[in-house]
Design a protein around this ligand. Structure first.
Ligand code: CP
Ligand code: NVA
Length: 334
């Protein structure tokens, strides 16, 4: 029997602070149960006649497909609406589009640039809105990351995550908050120019404190990763920041995740995993790396037995499904 917290019914997720610590952890556990249900071959009807609008201003492989399959898997439908397909913000205000889509759909997942835009959608749609990435936050990603960590170690509290790279991007911001809420120690290894906003760090520190965990920012990656059970990295140039590319590559080269950095954790391999939200520049196969080779992570780390990046990618689907089920199905018990 699968149960979920009825308090989550009708709720949006714009950033992880929207969830109580316990609610976030319950979503991770629900996703683990939904994964087992799918593995057992169940394609149910939990989301029958639920219709989700997927608004994407930026490209996506994982979020788009996960958000689409998560609802179809349980009997619902999804409509992909790129910014070229709809009038959002061009011929129609975000507020009006929100009110129109809210009359037709049961929920909206949005990926785009501004956090303000996803907040406006949530304010006016009258249905749950989920943030599938903005410039500031990527909360649905972090639910999948925490799920992958829990699957790997059987627990979250007391573990240590070292994030290495662009320390103030959407993933780093949300990961810092997510770890703090889960009682996971978090160190952000990043150059001084890319440290996260101090107000957000302070907020994460306060959350961590109530969960007996620590939040640190450190400019020396070899020092920062010491004792880490998880090294996590992300691209050095996020979507929308392409003009920063040359500067960023120069700044972040010393922050590449390679074998030497993994060794610097000093942690046994059976107590260590590597995570990356993906897509990753780890080989010569992309337009970006054909000349330069690997960027944020080397191939030997990416392909190592301790790399859990594809479990993490799969878990996007199960965690988004957990969000849909808990927000769209009222107090149900399966
Ligand atoms: N991790 C992630 O959000 O991937 P996509 O950009 O492919 O959705
Ligand atoms: N920080 C990256 C995450 C991609 C999933 C970006 O915004 O491009």
């Amino acid at each position: 029997m699968i149960k979920w917290n009825p308090e989550l019914y009708g709720r949006s997720l714009l950033c992880l602070e929207d969830l109580a610590d316990s609610e976030m952890l319950e979503l991770v556990d629900l996703a683990i149960e939904l994964k087992a249900r799918r593995r057992a071959g169940v394609r149910g009807d939990l989301l029958q006649r639920r219709h989700i609008a997927l608004i994407f201003e930026k490209s996506s492989t994982r979020t788009r497909t996960s958000a689409s399959i998560a609802v179809r898997d349980e009997g619902g439908t999804a409509d992909y609406l790129s910014q070229n397909d709809i009038h959002l913000g061009a011929k129609e205000s975000v507020k009006d589009t929100a009110r129109v889509l809210g009359r037709t759909f049961d929920g909206i997942l949005f990926r785009g640039f501004s956090q303000e835009r996803v907040a406006t959608l949530a304010q006016y749609a009258g249905v749950p809105v989920w943030n599938g990435l903005t410039d500031t936050f990527h909360p649905t990603q972090i639910l999948a990351d925490l799920m992958t960590i829990k699957e790997s170690f059987g627990r979250l509290r007391g573990l240590r995550v070292a994030y290495v790279g662009d320390g103030r991007n959407n993933v780093a911001n949300s990961l810092m908050i997510g770890c703090a809420k889960a009682g996971v120690n978090f160190v952000n290894c990043t150059p001084a120019q890319l440290t996260p906003e101090s107000a957000l760090v302070r907020q994460a520190e306060e959350i961590a404190q109530r969960n007996d965990a620590q939040v640190q920012v450190c400019s020396d990656p070899f020092e920062g990763v010491r004792g880490a059970n998880i090294i996590y990295t992300d691209v050095w140039v996020s979507m929308g920041e392409e003009s920063e590319k040359e500067k960023r590559l120069e700044l972040l080269r010393p922050f590449q995740v390679n074998e030497a950095l993994v060794r610097a954790t000093g942690v046994d391999q059976d107590q260590f995993i590597f995570l990356h939200c993906l897509p990753a520049f780890h080989d010569h196969e992309t337009a970006m790396t054909r000349q330069s080779g690997a960027l944020e992570v080397t191939d030997d780390v990416f392909e190592a037995p301790f790399s859990r990046v594809f479990d993490e990618a799969e878990n996007r689907m199960h965690t988004i499904k957990a969000l849909y089920v808990s927000a769209l199905v009222d107090g149900a018990v399966l």
